[in-house]
Design a protein around this ligand. Structure first.
Ligand SMILES: Nc1ncnc2c1ncn2[C@@H]1O[C@H](COP(=O)(O)OP(=O)(O)O)[C@@H](O)[C@H]1O
Ligand SMILES: [Mg+2]
Length: 314
């Protein structure tokens, strides 16, 4: 449904998107994940025809977003990062107005607006002034707007940005539900978002695609966990110093100490390196009783941190 090949966007003085390539298949719900400034919005604005690329190509359902921009756009429901809304219009008036702008006429206007409001849980709000709606409902108006011309593909730019946790949950549910009948590309800088709603994740960082896989495979790719919890009986500063010197250990944090001298530590290790064995050995060498040594399973967050910070920290 979406094909992006060697896409590059240069603004004056900086490359925001650098030779990226990815595909989104029909029916997929794909998370477009990356820290602020990664290039998500830039990519999305190119896909939706609002911004020309510097080089490379992008197409929607086989239509080039430039040469066949009308055909490409017809298939896209786009919800921008900050949905511009008319405060002093009622929800249904606004959506009818938007439907007409999108070329709908006659009965289709009423029908499609009704269906979009229904899908987005807006029917009860249809006569409310947009200016009086909460941020969560405004986002739904933006989503309903994107659905008006019944596109096959939804491109949503940070749809939960600025919402409170309850509103986030509702919008996420809505995206999940829309995913049953649409192809979706949804950008976010919030990890839990993609873990819960997406079949696949594209991780973008500083203008480049760093990873592209299912959440489960991304986590599986981290061969060994990087966080280890342990509890031992030792003089804490000495134990921490010695563990710190083990190869592969990046950081040792003291969590707690009880009245019997049991010390809980958290060890952060380099990925691809299991330091549990050397911790057990050093405990034995120093005759420190060890009653817990536990490696935490890698999470998508570990993957994200690893991918997006690897070059800063090295
Ligand atoms: N109109 C613009 N002119 C110059 N630089 C821009 C412009 N828009 C975005 N940028 C820069 O391009 C980079 C990517 O921005 P953006 O695509 O908005 O990232 P994201 O949506 O992932 O936060 C950032 O460094 C940003 O400052
Ligand atoms: Mg953005």
């Amino acid at each position: 449904m979406i094909q992006v090949s060697n896409l590059t966007k240069r603004y004056v003085g900086r490359t925001a998107v650098d030779q990226i390539s990815f595909e989104v298949g029909q029916g997929e719900v794909v998370g477009f994940l990356g820290p602020n400034g990664a290039g998500k919005t830039t990519t999305i604005r190119i896909l939706t025809g609002y911004l020309p690329a510097s080089s490379g190509t992008a197409s929607i359902a086989g239509f080039d977003v430039f040469r066949d921009s009308m055909e490409a756009r017809r298939r896209i429901g786009y919800m921008p990062e900050n949905v511009p809304l008319y405060e002093d219009m009622r929800v249904k008036e606004y959506l009818r107005f938007r439907a007409q702008l999108k070329g709908l006429r006659g009965r289709d206007v009423r029908k499609n607006v009704g269906e979009a409001m229904d899908l987005c849980g807006l029917t009860e709000m249809r006569s409310k002034m947009i200016g009086s709606l909460s941020k969560g409902y405004r986002q739904r108006v933006g989503l309903a707007d994107a659905l008006l011309h019944k596109p096959e593909l939804l491109i949503l730019d940070e749809p939960t940005n600025g919402l409170d946790p309850n509103q986030i949950r509702r919008v996420r549910e809505l995206i999940k539900q829309l995913g049953l009948t649409h192809t979706i590309l949804v950008s976010t800088h919030i990890l839990s978002e993609v873990e819960m709603t997406c079949d696949r994740v594209i991780i973008l960082d500083r203008g480049k695609v760093r990873a592209c896989d299912t959440p489960a495979n991304l986590v599986g790719r981290m061969r060994t966990a990087r966080t280890i919890s342990l509890e031992l009986q030792a003089e804490a500063p000495l134990a921490i110093d010695k563990i710190k010197t083990l190869p592969g250990v990046k950081k040792v944090v003291k969590e707690s100490i009880d009245e019997n001298g049991w010390t809980r530590l958290t060890v952060r290790a380099e990925s691809g390196r299991d330091v549990r064995e050397s911790i057990a050995l050093i405990a034995a060498d120093n005759a420190w009783p060890l009653r817990e040594l536990h490696a935490h399973k890698a999470t998508l967050e570990d993957v994200f941190v690893e991918i997006t910070q690897s070059e800063h920290s090295s």
